[in-house]
Structures are given as C-alpha cells and as structure tokens.
Design a protein around this ligand. Structure first.
Ligand code: AMP
Length: 187
C-alpha cells in the first residue's frame, strides 16, 4: 500500500503517518526529516537545502528529485510507503509516478488533511517550543503556508482526477484523527 499524505504545515501528516505506518507494517518516509538530518550532518545535500528550508521555501526540484529516487528505491519501499512531505510539486508527482511504475506499483491513496489556519499557527507555536525547528517561526511559517497553497495544493486536484483523494478532518486528538484515517483506508 502506497499512501501520499498531503496538507499544510502543522496539519498532522508526520504524526498520523507514524501511527499509520506502525499499524500497517509499512514505512513512513518524510523528506523534511531526511533534509533536516542532512542539514544537521552537513552533507552536500544539506548544505544546498538549508537556506531554502530556513526561509520556508521549497528546496528546488532538481535537488529533491535525487532524494525521492533514493527513497523509493530503498528496501523499505517494498512493503509499502507512507509518503510524508512529498511529492510537493507537479514535477515531483510525475517523478513519483514514474519511479513507482518502474517497480510495478503505484499510488493507492492520497489523504488530504484539513485543518483551519488558526489551529495550524497554534500547533506551530507549540512545536517551536518543543522541537526548536528553525522554520517554526512566524515569518517562515507564513511563507510555508503560502508555498503550500501555491505549489502543493494543486496536487490535490491532480490526484482527484484519478479518484485517489480522501479528505480527512484534521481537528481532534491524535486517536480521533487516526480513526478517520483507518476508516478511509479500511485498515
Ligand atoms: P516538512 O518537515 O515536510 O514540513 O519540510 C520542511 C522543509 O523541508 C520544507 O519547508 C521545505 O523547505 C523542505 N522540504 C521537505 N520536503 C520537500 C519536498 N518534497 N520538496 C521541496 N522541499 C521540501
């Protein structure tokens, strides 16, 4: 089962992706996590990505496409993948389709998490204190929301045309949202 998690920053993709992966024996892979690790360890990828991330901008496709290829070619991918934070652009979506097709598999579901903006801001503030991410500040967060609406939200329509999208109401406790995810995927 290959699932894409879509939604604005703070909508719960990471948390729900982890719960879902645990439940279904699949792997959650988040490009944001991989990039933060690359920044922390100062790899060439991290050094190229850092500035974009701090500003709340997307890391350009030409940098990210290699990372996506690596992710989809890992052994972990063979049992099914929960894709958290990618694809984020149409070019990335096309690359994901192409790479999955070359492994005789494809996207089974796209979950789109819906959370009102004031709640997203509230969660970002909580996470800023808990995790100290340097893109969880008001300015970068505003940019991330804007970038989501402009560059990533169009993917919802792209996948709706293929009848893959289920909208998930993202307010409530982790368990409540997880129950909605399970119901949508019948897992
Ligand atoms: P996230 O943890 O998914 O919110 O990602 C944090 C930051 O990493 C984003 O604001 C982007 O700068 C960068 N990033 C993560 N995934 C991608 C992606 N698929 N394409 C471009 N940039 C990404």
């Amino acid at each position: 089962m290959n699932v894409i998690l879509l939604g604005p920053p703070g909508c719960g993709k990471g948390t729900q992706g982890a719960v879902l992966a645990e439940r279904t024996g699949t792997s959650r892979i988040g490009t944001g996590d991989l990039l933060r690790e690359a920044v922390r360890t100062k790899t060439p990828l991290g050094l190229r990505a850092q500035d974009f991330m701090e500003k709340g901008l997307l890391v350009p496709d030409e940098i990210i496409l290699g990372l996506i290829q690596e992710v989809l070619n890992t052994d972990k991918a063979s049992k099914g993948l929960i894709m958290d934070g990618f694809p984020r652009t149409v070019a990335q979506a096309e690359a994901v389709d192409h790479l999955l097709a070359s492994r005789d598999t494809g996207i089974d579901h796209v979950l789109c998490f819906d959370v009102p903006k004031d709640e997203l801001v509230r969660r970002m503030q909580g996470r800023a204190e808990a995790e100290g991410r340097n893109d969880d500040n008001p300015e970068a967060f505003r940019k991330r929301l804007e970038v989501y609406l402009k560059q990533t939200a169009p993917l919802v329509e792209h996948y709706e045309q293929r009848d893959l999208v289920t909208n998930i109401h993202g307010l409530g406790s982790v368990d409540e949202v997880a129950a909605r995810v399970q119901e949508a995927l019948e897992v």
